[in-house]
Design a protein around this ligand. Sequence first.
Ligand code: ACO
Length: 311
Amino acid sequence: TVAEPERSFEAAIAADQRIEPRDWMPDGYRRTLIRQIAQHAHSEIIGMQPEGNWLTRSPSLRRKAILMAKVQDEAGHGLYLYSATETLGADRAELTGMLIEGRQKYSSIFNYPTLTYADVGVIGWLVDGAAICNQVPLCRSSYGPYARAMIRVCKEESFHQRQGFELLATMMRGTAEQRKMVQEAVNRWWWPALMMFGPPDDRSPNSAQSMAWRIKRHTNDELRQRFVDMSVPQAEALGVTFPDPDLTWNAERGSYDFGDPDWSEFMQVIGGNGACNVERIANRRAAHENGAWVREAATAFARRESTKENA
Ligand code: ACO
């Protein structure tokens, strides 16, 4: 017989209700959420680096202000998501430790270099576009704190996506050289953006269980298809092409057919061997170590304040 708490958990999932921090939940559900939300938080924090790289070299004050706001948003998303993991009993310091020791993953996409300012635009348009595609359904994820966090995160992501598209549209109205710069950036980021959705469904070990628990609402391949369908008309509006000879409209399916990303490259990147993995983690580790005095001071201050209150 199934124990009562387990029955009410199953019933809540079946009725599409939210699971909250104090509710009973299976260990596997808790572990899966901590894994996914921590990976998501790490991605937001590591994701500050590729674009942060251009903050000091923005082409105008306006672009700099936009980029700075965006990079700060990513920091906020990371902190918000670490807080969501804490509602599950995880410890933020431990999660950070696992990230900088390479024991927990972050999104593959942030291991590619940003070579020109067009990359800033393409990251906004395609990378944040893919993030929105993946994260809008997570607003209906079964775990309450994660789903609620996603609502705010998605609103900010849509600003990120629009600033990217607007930046690229501006460059496309510029010189031939600027248009070339945009197309080259699109060529470099298209396949890695498709990889953000994770491995194909038949090679995605976590999908079936995460779908059953309604943590994930769609499979990796479903979301990848949705992203392709959404992006093609936007590319046409911009006047760029995607580097995929197999990309064609399939009238029968009402969707675009497209080629297969290089999954061996994906495995290399998530295995720590992408172009920028070592640099990204080294920077994160240095920031963590250089920030130790701030954490110590804040902890000492909090301790002193609480003694005052108790006195
Ligand atoms: N980059 C790095 N690792 C990945 C990626 C990726 N693009 N895609 C899948 N993986 C990892 C998974 O974490 C899993 O590893 P693990 O079991 O060691 O943790 C493994 O590859 C197998 O993948 P799946 O079984 O498909 O894993 P999962 O069900 O967790 O699906 C997905 C992966 C779609 C990324 C899911 O975790 C998710 O939706 N996460 C929330 C969104 C997110 O993290 N976004 C971050 C980038 S967006 C941004 O920050 C702008």
